[in-house]
Design a protein around this ligand. Structure first.
Ligand SMILES: Nc1ncnc2c1ncn2[C@@H]1O[C@H](COP(=O)(O)OP(=O)(O)O)[C@@H](O)[C@H]1O
Ligand SMILES: [Mg+2]
Length: 560
């Protein structure tokens, strides 16, 4: 590393040897081979970190946050989200996981492992003096070819996968098999499919799922078997007043984004009351105002109030007297979902409330969930709003179950939106690897070398799956290569049986969308990292005791 100071030799105006300071003092730069080596090492380390978590026999990681919270997971995105990463190239690997997670929701570990393998293979070429640009070009065209090969070999699940849930179910189950909840994967997969089919919308012959239509709530206690699909929404809040009804059929719902309270003035005002009558009057006035608010609600014809803000005790009393069920401090995100689900308009000024603003649901009911009481809103006007209430023995189990439900929902969404699937277990990667190797043989020159390396890199996926299943990677590679032929994706790793097998017979299927995204994201990240030949790092701001540490040096994901 050297300080970025250069002599003024590029301009005639600089006659003396006065050094020009281009970058701020303290800036460091790393160039050429050194920069490349650092980046490659960092990226490979990240891939190494998540590698052992790939597949149903992947090991879990126990992550401990600075305040001592423990997360146990084998989800690549979650692992990378929890660990703090400093190195810029390593952060780019984290970005891969993030982008795959956002786009298709599954395949995050695979993407990081593939990116790491691509970089690892590129290193071999770089040491043979192949220029990174040549490698990047080779990788890019190999990735395109890989996707073409996959599209040709993928299974078309038909235009209306929702009417034949079999494929969706297989895909959901596969995505869950690799998580803690694998024992309950049958039941959980069915739930995920039912949720997506209920929530998806068919627009112009094309299914679309707005994932916001599915709310996943979790509560520790009971067992995973108690996990339920609710056709509606669940609020983890109780009915605000003991005297209110706990069950309302044919609900007319007000969604209120204003307090049912007398608002305190901004300035501190003082009222001097000299005689008790005045005091009485003052209280009566407050009472009258609250009553008129409740009257407004009554007149509009509502029997349920879901309020984002607080509800004053007196208002609660009047609401109870009118037989209205009310919940206070409902989360903003829930209010938005409720508006969509029930068709209610969010009211910000109670004076404006009319019957047109009300939403509808067949049933609003408070139910006991373990020691809590939650409010269920079912049979909503918009039947596409559904919730999955995840239960499980402990907080850690429900946390991991929630993540796998999320993955399964996303996998099913991928298939209904892009109705193609491929067998799993590394079979598609092994197939692509073989086909690309053949294709490379028809070429010449240096790009051929890069394309061959791509074929080697993508073969890492089945080999890592095999390794995690306790199989010998070398023997597996030989056996796998000998079995691949024909036009169909078949042979891969039967991870649970720890052998090479025809995966299509095991009903392990994955969305083609995930495989495409994994290849694209990994190739992109590897290319980006390989193209870098200079790292210029600004000096970190000096830390004085009054200045908090800049958050940009923390982990890669959005901090929550
Ligand atoms: N029962 C199984 N047998 C073989 N491979 C499986 C099985 N279940 C999942 N897989 C494979 O495991 C890989 C996904 O592992 P996973 O840990 O979920 O990582 P990712 O984050 O990439 O989705 C895929 O290649 C998938 O085909
Ligand atoms: Mg997965």
């Amino acid at each position: 590393m050297s300080s970025f100071q250069r002599g003024g030799d590029f301009s005639g105006q600089q006659q003396q040897q006065v050094p020009i300071l281009v970058l701020k003092e303290g800036t460091t730069e790393t160039k050429g081979k050194q920069a490349q080596r650092n980046n490659i090492t960092a990226a490979k380390l990240i891939a190494e970190l998540v590698k052992s978590a790939l597949g149903p026999r992947g090991m879990d990681k126990m992550l401990v946050s600075p305040v001592g919270d423990v997360t146990i997971t084998d989800d690549g995105a979650t692992i990378l989200k929890e660990v703090e990463i400093e190195h810029p190239a390593a952060k780019m690997m984290v970005e891969v996981a993030k982008s795959v997670d956002n786009e298709v929701g599954d395949g995050t570990t695979s993407a990081v492992v593939l990116a790491g393998a691509l970089i690892d293979k590129a290193e071999e070429l770089i040491s043979k003096q192949v220029h990174p640009t040549v490698i990047v070009d080779g990788y890019q065209s190999a990735a395109e070819k890989a996707i073409e090969i996959l599209r040709e070999a993928a299974i078309d699940t038909g235009d209306d996968p929702a009417s034949n849930k079999e494929w969706l179910y297989k895909v959901a189950r596969t995505s869950m098999l690799s998580k803690l909840v694998s024992g309950e994967s049958e039941q959980m997969a069915k739930l995920a499919v039912d949720a997506v089919v209920a929530a998806a919308e068919k627009l112009g012959g094309q299914y679309k799922l707005d994932a916001d239509n599915i709310k996943v709530e979790k509560k520790a206690g009971g067992s995973l078997h108690d996990t339920r699909l609710v056709k509606g929404l669940v609020l983890d809040k109780e009915v605000v007043h003991g005297g209110m009804p706990k069950r309302i059929e044919n609900a007319k719902i007000v969604l209120l984004n204003a307090p049912l309270e007398i608002e305190k003035t901004e300035m501190s005002a003082e009222i001097r009351i000299s005689d008790p009558q005045q005091m009485q009057k003052f209280l009566e006035e407050e009472d009258r105002m609250l009553k008129s608010m409740v009257d407004k609600i009554k007149v509009a014809g509502a029997n349920v109030v879901l309020c984002q803000k607080g509800i004053d005790d007196t208002a609660q009393h009047y609401l109870a007297k009118e037989g209205i069920l009310a919940v206070r401090r409902v989360k903003e995100s829930d209010v938005t979902k409720l508006a969509r689900a029930t068709g209610a308009r969010i009211v910000t000024n109670i004076e404006d409330l009319t019957s047109d603003d009300l939403g509808n649901a067949e049933l609003v009911e408070e139910r006991k969930v373990e020691t809590d009481k939650w409010v269920f809103i079912e049979g909503c006007k918009n039947p596409r709003s559904v919730s999955i209430l995840v239960r499980g023995g402990s907080q850690r189990v429900v946390d991991e179950a929630e993540r796998s439900v999320h993955d399964a929902i996303m996998a099913v969404k991928d298939v209904i939106e892009y109705p193609h699937v491929v067998a799993g277990g590394g079979a598609p990667e092994a197939f692509v690897s073989a086909k690309i190797r053949d294709w490379a043989n028809s070429m010449s020159g240096r790009s051929q070398m890069a394309i061959q390396k791509f074929a080697d890199a993508i073969e890492t996926i089945p080999l890592v799956l095999a390794e995690n299943a306790g199989m010998n990677p070398l023997d597996t590679q030989v056996e796998l290569r000998s079995k691949i032929s024909g036009k169909e994706i078949k042979y891969g790793i039967d991870v649970l049986g720890a052998k090479v097998a025809d995966i299509s017979r095991l009903n392990i299927y994955e969305p083609l969308a995930v495989k495409e995204q994994v290849i694209n994201a990994a190739t992109e990240a590897a290319s980006m990292i390989l193209r870098i030949d200079e790292v210029i790092a600004a000096s970190k701001p000096k830390q004085s005791s009054s200045e908090p540490k800049s958050p940009q040096y923390g982990g890669g994901f959005d901090e929550q």
